[in-house]
Write a protein that binds this ligand. Structure first.
Ligand SMILES: CC(C)(COP(=O)(O)OP(=O)(O)OC[C@H]1O[C@@H](n2cnc3c(N)ncnc32)[C@H](O)[C@@H]1OP(=O)(O)O)[C@@H](O)C(=O)NCCC(=O)NCCS
Length: 211
C-alpha cells in the first residue's frame, strides 16, 4: 500500500514474520480470535475483548485494527502487527506510544490463538517488538502489564530482564484483578537482545510515522 507507510514494515524472527495484515489476513486473524485466545472465565485483558462469543471476539479484532489505523498520530500511535508462522496468521503483537519523541517510552501487548501458545512464539513476538522499539525507534524504555495470574505473559517479561514497576488494581466487569506493570530499560535490553535474533525490514520508509 503506497499511502500507509507502516505497511512497509516487517519484523522477522527465526520462526515468525510480523507485519500489518491485508484485509483478508485481518479476517483470518479475527478467525483465530474466534477460535479462542484464553479459556472461558479467564481474564487476560483490561478490556475483555477476547471474552464473549466467537463472533464478538472476531469483530473486536477487526474494529480494533481499523480504529488503530484511523486514530494514528505521530504523538499517539498503536501498531497492531499480525503474526505469521509458515504464512499462517497465528496472533497479534502490539507496540504503542504516546508522545514518544518526548518520553522515549513505548508499551507492548500480545496474544496468540490458544492452539499456538506455549511453543515459544510469544517470546519471539516480544523480542520483535522490543527490537523495533529499542533498536529501530531508539526507545529508552518499554513497559508491559499483565494480570497477576497470567504466568506465561509474566514469564516472557522475566526472560528479557524487565523489572517490576508497580501493581495496579483493575476492575474487569465486577471482578478485582491485580495488574503488574513491568519495565525494560535500554541498559537491560543491551544484554537481553541476544535472546532472539530479529531483522527489521522497511523501517526507513515509515520512520516518520513513529517519531
Ligand atoms: C501470553 C502469550 C502471548 C505468551 O505466548 P506463548 O507463546 O505462550 O509464550 P512462550 O511459549 O514464548 O513463553 C511462555 C513462558 O511461560 C512459561 N509458563 C507458562 N505457564 C507457566 C506457569 N504456569 N508458571 C510459570 N511459567 C509458565 C513457559 O514455561 C514459557 O517459558 P519458557 O520458554 O522459559 O519455558 C500467550 O500465552 C497468549 O496469547 N495468552 C493469552 C492472551 C494473553 O494472556 N495475552 C497477554 C496479556 S498480558
Amino acid at each position: 500500500m503506497r499511502h500507509w507507510p507502516p505497511a512497509a514494515l516487517r519484523l522477522v524472527t527465526p520462526d515468525l514474520v510480523l507485519r500489518l495484515p491485508t484485509d483478508r489476513e485481518l479476517d483470518d486473524l479475527a478467525q483465530v480470535a474466534a477460535g479462542g485466545v484464553h479459556p472461558d472465565g479467564v481474564v487476560c485483558f483490561p478490556q475483555p475483548w477476547a471474552s464473549g462469543t466467537p463472533a464478538e471476539r472476531a469483530r473486536n479484532v477487526v474494529q480494533n485494527h481499523w480504529w488503530a489505523r484511523g486514530d494514528w498520530a505521530r504523538d499517539n500511535w498503536r501498531l497492531l502487527l499480525a503474526v505469521f508462522h509458515c504464512d499462517q496468521v497465528i496472533g497479534q503483537q502490539n507496540l504503542s506510544a504516546r508522545d514518544f519523541t518526548v518520553t522515549g517510552e513505548a508499551r507492548t501487548g500480545f496474544w496468540l490463538g490458544q492452539r499456538f501458545q506455549g511453543r515459544g512464539y510469544g517470546t519471539q513476538m516480544r523480542a520483535a517488538a522490543l527490537t523495533l522499539a529499542f533498536d529501530g525507534l531508539g526507545a529508552d524504555r518499554v513497559t508491559s502489564t499483565a494480570f497477576a495470574h497470567n504466568l506465561s505473559s509474566r514469564a516472557v517479561s522475566s526472560k528479557f530482564g524487565y523489572r517490576p514497576n508497580g501493581v495496579h488494581r483493575v476492575a474487569v466487569g465486577t471482578s478485582l484483578v491485580e495488574a503488574h506493570e513491568e519495565v525494560l530499560e535500554r541498559a537491560s535490553w543491551l544484554s537481553a537482545r541476544e535472546l532472539v535474533p530479529v531483522e527489521i525490514v522497511g523501517l526507513a520508509a515509515c520512520l516518520g510515522s513513529f517519531r
